[in-house]
Design a protein around this ligand. Structure first.
Ligand SMILES: [Zn+2]
Length: 285
């Protein structure tokens, strides 16, 4: 384990915020500490080092690595995923109708393959994936030499130990008029208050940071990126609710619908202030 300073303001000006378990290994003494800094950032501290973290990705149920079956939840999940892919494509073509694209932390390559079919010259990177499809693929970010018009990170930034290094990479590899598009869980998500420490996006110790609108903006500005567009992704609310419940009986099902409606209404009126996921499009200053 390692103890860190706040990655945004670089101070030790933080206080204990909440203690959470690992949702794949719920053992009493398997608790992780999350702190809140004066600057607003909420982050895991202490945290497993980069070498130690891989053991926490090895669980077969870890969602991005799980092979989907034919259960109702899996079928719903893949339907929702198809809609989400189209929405992400729609947001990207507002800026670039073609070009070369790098998807960092892209898991099994669903997004990279979708964008490739849409005519983008696509590269996929993921440290823990064993992708063997047709897209150019790297485990190691440092081996990538090309420059890109579009770099995407879907639910990946919150997993990265060395934020300074990844932003150095982004500044170096993104073309002058390029866009960096990312999505992260929103710590101000409506459904969090129902689940408290059981809220699935705490996902300790894999999620190292818990952003909201303000802390995400601060981090991006610090590293030379300005936000040009924000989108609230509503579908992740339902996914978070199902994951947080773990199992589903009739009562939980009714509760899920009520919480889900509350998320939907709040996201409709307050956008990324309350949505489960914040998606932003950025450009270099
Ligand atoms: Zn701070």
């Amino acid at each position: 384990m390692e103890t860190i300073n706040c990655p945004i303001c670089e101070t030790k000006d933080f206080k204990d915020y909440i203690s959470v378990g690992d949702r794949f290994n719920e053992h009493e003494d398997n608790q992780f500490n999350i702190v809140k800094c004066n600057c607003g950032l909420i982050f895991l501290n202490p945290r497993p080092t980069e070498d130690e973290i891989s053991q926490y990705y090895e669980n077969a149920d870890y969602d991005p690595h799980r092979n989907k079956g034919n259960s109702l939840i899996d079928v719903l999940y893949s339907l929702v995923q198809q809609v989400a892919l189209r929405f992400k494509h729609f947001v990207i073509i507002l800026n670039h109708q073609s070009g070369n694209l790098l998807d960092i932390g892209g898991g099994k390559g669903e997004f990279a393959e979708f964008m490739s079919l849409k005519g983008f010259d696509t590269t996929l990177q993921d440290k823990f994936s064993n992708y063997n499809g047709n897209i150019e693929f790297y485990n190691n970010l440092n081996e990538i030499e090309a420059k890109f018009d579009i770099i995407t990170m879907w639910h990946a930034l919150e997993h990265i130990h060395e934020l300074d290094k990844i932003f150095e990479f982004l500044n170096d590899k993104l073309n002058k008029n390029g866009i960096f598009v990312l999505a992260v869980p929103n710590h101000n998500a409506v459904e969090r208050k129902y689940f408290k420490e059981k809220w699935a996006p705490y996902d300790a110790p894999r999620h190292l940071y818990h952003f909201d609108n303000n802390s995400l903006t601060k981090l991006l500005n610090k590293h030379n990126f300005k936000i040009v567009r924000k989108n609230a992704l509503v579908h992740d609310s339902f996914y978070n609710i199902l994951l947080s419940h773990k199992s589903l009986d009739f009562i939980k099902f009714i509760k899920s619908i009520i919480i889900g409606l509350n998320c939907f209404i709040n996201t409709f009126f307050f956008g990324t202030k309350k949505s489960s996921t914040i998606m932003v499009t950025c450009k270099k200053y």
